[in-house]
Design a protein around this ligand. Structure first.
Ligand code: C5P
Length: 236
């Protein structure tokens, strides 16, 4: 169960990232590096985690023309990330070219390619936000629709809230990876995440990995918080 926990390194400098990794590795084996840390510290943040022996989920949510995204995926592959993501709304060609760029670059380097995941609808968005964007589908059907498109384009899985994990599993099958952020253990404080689930709920609804940020990294004792979450995930 513990290998299903991904901790978000949502901090703005290498020292803070190093402190979290040193505290949590090897209890936690996968760390997510997103736009805050990457734009502050750059590829050194990825190298720091990889050198330690940890795996990296590079969460830069690429969304651009296919050629630009493919080149960003090549650069990510060179950094030896384990997973990366892009917005499904970037379109079919963008997704397809991203996967083949990862495959070709990894082959050249003689190593495994990173898993390529699609971002469907951010877990901080609800029905109202979709209406504001004039998207007429409800959140659940929009997420499931985008997940199916991602699968058809060759992506390995999607990032989605626990709420949508079951319809995605039914539509996209057992091999399709579901990564679920918006995780809030019962003891965590309320914040901007709208579509949340507890670690146990997310796993029982079919998530392959859960992403947790603030409930661990902002906890008085991050290691104890991570241990508590792993325990919650394991209890049947
Ligand atoms: O602190 P918290 O647990 O809310 O952190 C969740 C992490 O997952 C953040 O880094 C956020 O950017 C990311 N994320 C998300 N929803 C998505 C994709 C990624 O919350 N759909």
């Amino acid at each position: 169960m513990k290998d299903k926990l991904i901790i978000a390194l949502d901090v703005d400098n290498l020292d803070a990232a190093r402190a979290i990794i040193d505290r949590l590795f090897p209890l936690v084996k996968i760390f997510k590096i997103g736009s805050q840390l990457f734009t502050s510290a750059g590829p050194a943040a990825v190298e720091l985690a990889v050198k330690k022996g940890a795996r990296v989920f590079l969460d830069l949510k690429f969304h651009d023309i296919p050629n630009t995204v493919a080149n960003a995926v090549i650069a990510s592959t060179r950094l030896s990330v384990f997973m990366l993501n892009l917005h499904v709304q970037g379109g079919f060609d963008m997704m397809r070219q991203a996967v083949s760029a990862a495959r070709d670059e990894a082959k050249k380097m003689n190593k495994e390619r990173p898993l390529v995941l699609g971002v469907t609808v951010l877990t901080s968005m609800g029905e109202r936000d979709l209406k504001d964007l004039e998207i007429r589908k409800g959140v659940k059907s929009q997420v499931t629709y985008l997940a199916k498109l991602a699968k058809e384009a060759g992506l390995d899985g999607v990032v989605a809230s626990a709420d949508e994990a079951q319809p995605i599993r039914w539509t996209c099958g057992d091999d399709f990876i579901i990564v679920t952020p918006g995780i809030r253990p019962a003891w965590a404080q309320k914040d901007d995440q709208k579509r949340t689930a507890t670690p146990k709920e997310a796993i029982s609804l079919g998530a392959d990995y859960i992403v947790v940020g603030r409930p661990v990294i902002a906890a008085p004792d991050p290691k104890a918080a991570a241990e508590e979450i792993i325990k919650e995930m394991t209890v049947s």
